[in-house]
Design a protein. Structure first.
Length: 143
């Protein structure tokens, strides 16, 4: 199974959609705890509508998002703290259930995990796939 990842930092909706469609992504799995954004078009409702218009399915798995302490660590570039906070998040039963749902959704059709950070090395989506994506080929997209 192949799973794509993508961040929308420093991109436009047009560039974002072009990266997804160019890779053949058919579903975006939003793994943000808070699917809100100051970037126009990237909050949950408007994002889902834009994806739908492009023929891409949308799913939001809130329990796979990073708690505030992890988001704060990511903003500071403190990857060690991000790892620690996110490891605790993934131990929660609701996160374990949603991780299984995520893997099932990704197995159904080409899917991309979505978060804000452009660089997957500074994002929890990489930590998530390291923890639960055993056997998956991970392809990081850049818009």
């Amino acid at each position: 199974m192949r799973i794509f990842t993508i961040g929308y930092e420093a991109t436009t909706m047009a560039e974002f959609l072009a990266a997804l469609t160019g890779a053949g992504v058919q579903r975006v799995i939003d793994v943000r705890a808070l699917p809100l954004s100051r970037r126009p078009g990237f909050s949950k409702s408007s994002l889902a509508a834009s994806l739908r218009e492009a023929g891409i399915d949308y799913a939001h798995l809130k329990a796979l998002g990073t708690p505030k302490a992890g988001r704060d660590a990511a903003k500071k570039g403190d990857v060690a703290a991000l790892r620690a906070v996110y490891a605790g998040q993934l131990e929660l039963p609701e996160a374990q259930v949603q991780a299984a749902v995520m893997m099932g959704l990704a197995a159904e059709m080409p899917s991309a995990l979505l978060c804000y950070e452009r660089d997957p090395c500074h994002c929890h989506r990489t930590l998530l796939l390291d923890a639960v994506g055993e056997g998956a080929e991970v392809v990081d997209l850049y818009a």
